[in-house]
Design a protein around this ligand. Structure first.
Ligand code: CUA
Length: 164
């Protein structure tokens, strides 16, 4: 089969660009510890308020016995509850979040905290926040007319200033 020289050049270039793209993605995924959410755990989204973990009194920030932080949140049109969380810097944080209605997402720029929140499932992210400051956590899945206004505040404080 005859392939024109120019065409051949472009075929090589296309492969090169594809593998370069995959290489860049892989490098960033490894560097920033990005991984696909893999927690398959079901929950009745219509009854979160009756569950042990996601009821109104149970959600929020807690410290585990091993010193790590556990955050429990609910996503519901159009907000995250609690609306603000405070966690210590450089400390392992486990975030568990469930939707009370439709599909949402939660995302903080410059961190690997980014997950879909699918109704019927508990989303779990393990991360360590490396920078102190106040950051927005945005909903990044279109969930209705109020989607643009759905966000919460993440405050990362120095370890010695963290209190529960
Ligand atoms: Cu919740 Cu978009």
């Amino acid at each position: 089969m005859h392939i024109d020289a120019t065409e051949k050049k472009w075929i090589y270039l296309t492969f090169l660009m594809t593998f370069a793209g995959i290489g860049v993605l892989a490098a960033y995924a490894i560097k920033d510890n990005i991984y696909p959410p893999s927690n398959v755990e079901t929950i009745d989204s219509a009854a979160l308020h009756l569950s042990d973990e996601f009821n109104e009194d149970a959600i929020g920030v807690r410290r585990e016995k091993d010193g790590s932080i556990r955050v429990t949140m609910v996503a519901a049109r159009y907000g995250f509850f609690p609306q603000g969380i405070t966690v210590p810097v450089d400390t392992p944080v486990k975030i568990r979040i469930a939707s009370a209605d439709v599909l949402h997402g939660i995302h903080t720029v410059d961190t690997n905290f980014n997950t879909m929140v699918v109704p019927g499932y508990v989303s779990e992210v393990n991360t360590t926040f490396k920078k102190t400051g106040t950051f927005p956590m945005f909903c990044n899945e279109y969930c209705g007319l109020g989607h643009d206004f759905m966000w919460a505040r993440l405050t990362v404080v120095p370890k010695e200033k963290f209190k529960l």
